[in-house]
Write a new protein. Structure first.
Length: 490
């Protein structure tokens, strides 16, 4: 499972934006490792530096010095739509009759092809097959006929899917979040300006303060002199569809998303996992690093109550929390290994058990998810090889049964181990002594959200957007993309 993209926008009072953008992209590196880029505007012209690679490799001092201007946007990308090459690296930038435009996108449109075909028929020439360029062209066209706010609204009326955007129109920086708020986006303040970013950890990195989340359907326009921002609620959302996996897996634990600290959500999910499917064992251990917060919540709850919910008499009761698997941090992430065979070897390279923690013990191993099952199978095997008497697997999310169309490269249905297997069948495949997942209700409770305000597409197979060939979990249809309907409610 691969992260999506990270976006940022900055508007400062006279100070160059390039370095703050660079530091913010560093803080968002976990959201995309394929390419990185910054676009700035100095009041006269736009400057751009976008390349394939990690943030630290893409920019040197000279590159940052050349990115003049106190306003700009940045992007780290893991490809989710479009080719894996530099034609789709972002920010996408273009100059046109009404000025210059830069665009960074996190998410995935499900009707990009329709809009691309329509715009191509009107003479728009596309240089990439990504959906971000579709948004940029649509916005550029609307800016020829309408002011900035109305132009953004017209584009929002036409595009369908998941998007958190930072946009630069000359030296004005904007942030837009799709009407269902699928991807995170937040606003922060620094001493001399404002920041819009995918995650609040980027704002922390700039010594800034989180102001609030960008609301679903909201456009935020930063003042070019860094003095403040204006807000326009362009679409009134009926129900949201926040991606619950941001909290489970993608976001940094130190980020606050939709008013929840991700670390605390993960601990709470771990506590609920104990309440729903706790099993007595000698040791609770996380799969590093993703399972750590879940395991700490699980072990904490296990110290308070028995698996049946009775308070423990003995203060030292419950399993011991232990780090039993050591991670080799210098091995690449498994998802960049293209074949199944290489993926299997990568797991062995990455994690090594601590024998004294495992030998002769019953172990509960906690992870955030099981995608293909390869890692889980390897880990159970590793622990048993190391002398574990029993290995119980507990997962801090429901089974992933369907793919994601909103910007996460999660695997196809055929690759997902839970797509056509029961929990017992999966347990059998991974050879664990027991296996349990968290329920969707527990996820909603931990996020203090109604189930209907979350996207649960990959665990229910029902999506909050109108996706060809898939079920929806609400009354939702793709918009009519005709120009008249898009402009109808200007
Ligand atoms: S389908 Fe799953 S991963 Fe994709 S947006 Fe919805 S909850 Fe997130």
């Amino acid at each position: 499972m691969t992260e999506k993209c990270g976006v940022v926008g900055v508007s400062l009072d006279g100070r160059d934006a390039a370095r703050p953008l660079y530091y913010a992209l560093y803080a968002l590196q976990h959201r995309g490792q394929e390419s990185a880029g910054i676009v700035t505007h100095d009041g006269f012209q736009q400057h751009s530096h976008v390349e394939m690679g990690l943030v630290g490799d893409v920019f040197d001092e000279g590159d940052l010095d050349a990115l003049n201007g106190s306003a700009g946007i940045g992007h780290v990308r893991y490809p989710t739509a479009g080719s894996v090459d530099d034609c789709c690296a972002q920010p996408f930038s273009v100059s046109f009759k009404s000025g210059s435009l830069g665009l960074s996108h996190n998410g995935n449109l499900v009707n990009a092809e329709e809009i691309r075909d329509e715009l191509a028929g009107l003479g728009h020439a596309f240089t990439s097959d990504g959906d971000t360029e579709v948004i940029a062209h649509d916005l550029a066209r609307n800016l020829l006929e309408a002011d900035l706010v109305r132009a953004v609204k017209r584009t929002m009326n036409r595009i369908h899917g998941s998007y958190s955007l930072t946009i630069s129109h000359d030296d004005t920086v904007l942030g837009v979040r799709d009407p269902r708020g699928n991807r995170p986006l937040c606003i922060g303040s620094v001493d001399d300006g404002y920041v819009i970013a995918s995650e609040s950890a980027a704002i922390d990195t700039l010594d800034g303060e989180l102001v609030r989340d960008v609301r679903p359907g909201e456009l935020v326009v930063l003042e070019p002199d860094g003095s403040g921002f204006d807000s326009y609620q362009l679409v009134e959302p009926d129900r949201t569809a926040h991606c619950f996996f941001e909290h489970v897996y993608f976001a940094r634990p130190d980020s606050v998303i939709d008013e929840h600290l991700v670390y605390e959500v993960r601990r709470e999910l771990g506590r609920k996992l104990w309440a729903e499917s706790g099993v007595e064992s000698d040791v609770v251990m996380p799969v590093p690093d993703s399972g750590r917060a879940f395991a700490s919540g699980y072990a904490e709850a296990a110290a308070e109550t028995t698996p049946t919910g009775e308070p423990r008499e003995d203060e030292d009761g419950g399993p011991e929390f232990a780090e039993g698997l050591m991670k080799n941090r210098y091995v690449g992430r498994t998802f960049i290994m293209p074949t199944q065979d290489e993926r299997e070897r990568a797991v062995r390279l990455k994690l090594n058990p601590i024998k004294s923690t495992v030998e002769g013990k019953s172990v509960t191993l906690i992870d955030d998810s099981i995608v293909r099952g390869t890692t889980s199978t390897q880990l159970v095997d590793l622990l048993k090889d190391c002398g574990a008497a029993e290995v119980h697997m507990r997962i801090g999310a429901p089974p992933i049964v369907a793919p994601c169309y909103m910007g996460i490269d999660m695997a196809t249905r055929g690759e997902l181990i839970a797509a056509d297997r029961s929990v017992e069948e999966i347990r059998d495949v991974i050879a664990a002594d027991s296996l349990a997942y968290l329920s969707t209700d527990a996820v909603a409770e931990a996020l203090t959200a109604e189930r209907g305000d979350l996207c649960l597409g990959c665990v229910t197979g029902e999506y909050p957007y109108d996706i060809e060939g898939e079920e929806t979990d609400r009354d939702v249809n793709r918009p009519d993309i005709g120009p008249e309907s898009a402009a109808a409610d200007d």
